[in-house]
Design a protein around this ligand. Structure first.
Ligand code: NDP
Length: 510
């Protein structure tokens, strides 16, 4: 069954494809049914007109007074003005972090640090609705994802690492774990709060102080997190937040008093950062792009696989580094699989991120929308066959239809480049060996998916995947206890689990 929904307030009309079985009551009874608009209230969020930098526990203006505007990508309307950090502000933030780490946070016993982390986790849970709405407004992601995935997982990371703060001796038996000092952390716009939690929680648990630069299109949840730090009475300077452009990120990376750099974002910038820290003794972890293969064997339960494929590529508009953007389908089932997939695509609702019925929200920025459009056009030009379900997009905002390409060759750009949008490329294979060959035939190596009924095949395939995370009969599942990271051009180092803690300590002999 599919839906046709009209949202009169935002003049969004969404129509499912008119396949006979998509009309609720079956053939001959063409009664489409509608989803009533279910908008989440914006009132839970009190937006300030202007946000400062968060340095040394205080809200401060940029040293040169400059600001930039954060925009709601679903309406193209400005949300707030945000201070734009300068290299002088970065220096101030690093000094504040160094002071706090030396005097307050580093010497604090682990069980005391844990109390702060538990407190932060609890506050995130208490203010979860506020965070979810703000995150959807600033990033364009559907409220059901920020509400059910991003914010709960962010809190879960603080709970999890709070548990480790007083148990470092158990995490690294026989060794003494010392904090590295000041961590420079740069995060992207696709999971702003969650990436903040992935980075700040383990760093603080291990006794480091941090200076974090959020992406320019999504600074607001990080600045709301600054408020959580104040509410939790975190010693000033332990967490510093410095929104600003990429160059400011680079001056943070290059600051001589930074001990550790953690970056999540594009491979291109990851390489620049790696070059920047080369020759220094800064520790570095890079979590970069991906072009994951989602492999479906002919014995897989197809309906379940279709849900996994949809979740793999259309979750968060496909703006996910580990998205299952290449579907590898065994040749014998490719036709029924594509048919089911097209049918399922016709039920996906694209529109207002704050509507609780929305599956695919707004693309994060105009430039990302342009990048997706350009790559999709290259797919058409190179001869792949494009399918998009019939659905009207809102008149304003950065939206893109869920897209499926068949007849894709390995050489096509859409099969090789990270699109970071709701675009799936379908390739086929005959044998497990061919599937392995094609799956690994990429510069990336972040994640992969395997769909089959046979446990032995799962184990065999998983061991041959050159990917940091392999999901079996599921996709895009995250857990704070599980390490996450890549091979090859997807980066190095792990976040999450005990591995994530390891990235923030120096181990010494007892
Ligand atoms: P970037 O890698 O440019 O952005 C990620 C973060 O790095 C942002 O905070 C950004 O700041 C910052 N940054 C940008 N330039 C520098 C620099 N020279 N030194 C230090 N930090 C810097 O990603 P984009 O936003 O430009 O997205 C481009 C593509 O990257 C996407 O289309 C996608 O393919 C991929 N991507 C992958 C992500 C992942 O999770 N693996 C996440 C985001 C993007 P600012 O926002 O101010 O530019």
């Amino acid at each position: 069954m599919t839906a046709m929904a009209t949202d009169s307030e935002t003049s969004v009309t969404r129509t499912g494809a008119r396949s006979p079985n998509s009309w609720g009551l079956g053939d001959g009874q063409a009664i489409p049914w509608e989803y009533a608009p279910a908008p989440e209230a914006r009132e839970i969020v009190t937006l300030k007109e202007r946000y400062g930098l968060f340095i040394g526990g205080r809200d401060v203006a940029a040293s040169d007074g400059s600001t930039f505007v954060s925009v709601d990508p679903s309406t193209e309307q400005p949300l707030a003005e945000v201070a734009r950090a300068t290299p002088a502000d970065i220096d101030k933030a690093v000094r504040a972090a160094r002071r706090a780490q030396r005097r307050a946070w580093g010497p604090l016993p682990g069980k005391e640090r844990a109390k702060y982390l538990f407190r932060i986790a609890r506050i995130l849970q208490e203010r979860s609705r506020e965070f979810a709405v703000l995150e959807s407004m600033d990033s364009g992601k559907p409220i059901k994802e920020s509400r059910d995935v991003d914010v709960p997982l962010a809190a879960a990371h603080f709970w999890y690492y709070a548990g480790w703060a007083d148990k470092l001796d158990y995490a690294f038996p026989g060794r003494v774990a010392r904090p590295l000092g000041v961590a420079a952390q740069i995060i992207p716009w696709n999971f702003p709060l969650l990436m903040l939690a992935w980075k700040i929680a383990p760093a603080l648990a291990a006794g480091n102080a941090v200076v974090l630069k959020p992406a320019s299109t999504t600074p607001l949840s990080a600045l709301l997190f600054a408020d959580v730090c104040r509410q939790a009475d975190l010693p000033p300077g332990v967490v510093n937040i410095v929104p600003g452009p990429g160059e400011v990120g680079m001056s943070l990376v290059m600051h001589p008093d930074v001990d550790k750099v953690a970056f999540t974002g594009s491979t291109e910038i990851g390489k620049k950062i790696q070059r920047g820290v080369a020759g220094t003794d800064k520790a570095l972890t890079l979590e970069l792009g991906g072009k994951a293969a989602n492999i479906v064997f002919d014995d897989a339960p197809l309906d379940q696989a279709v849900e996994g494929i949809v979740n793999g590529i259309y979750f968060n508009q496909g703006e996910v580094c580990c998205a299952g953007s290449r579907l590898l389908a065994q040749e014998s089932i490719v036709e029924p699989l594509i048919e089911k997939l097209k049918d399922r695509l016709s039920t996906i609702r694209v529109g207002d991120p704050l509507d609780k019925n929305t599956d695919v929200g707004a693309i994060n920025s105009k430039s990302q929308l342009e990048k997706i459009s350009e790559l999709v056009q290259s797919g058409v030009d190179e001869g792949a066959e494009m399918y998009q379900p019939a659905c009207d997009l809102p008149e304003r905002g950065y939206f893109f239809r869920p897209t499926l390409f068949t007849n894709v060759a390995q050489s096509h750009r859409i099969a090789r480049e990270e699109i970071f949008g709701p675009v799936l490329s379908v390739l086929t294979f005959r044998t497990p060996d061919e599937a392995v060959e094609k799956a690994n035939n990429t510069a990336y190596g972040l994640s992969a998916g395997i769909w089959t009924e046979k446990g032995s095949r799962i184990l065999n395939m998983a061991s041959r995947m050159r990917a940091g995370v392999v999901w079996a009969n599921t996709f895009n599942r995250f857990d704070p206890t599980a390490p996450f990271g890549g091979y090859k051009e997807s980066g190095f180092g792990r976040e999450g689990g005990m591995h994530g803690l390891h990235a923030y300590v120096r181990l010494e002999d007892r």
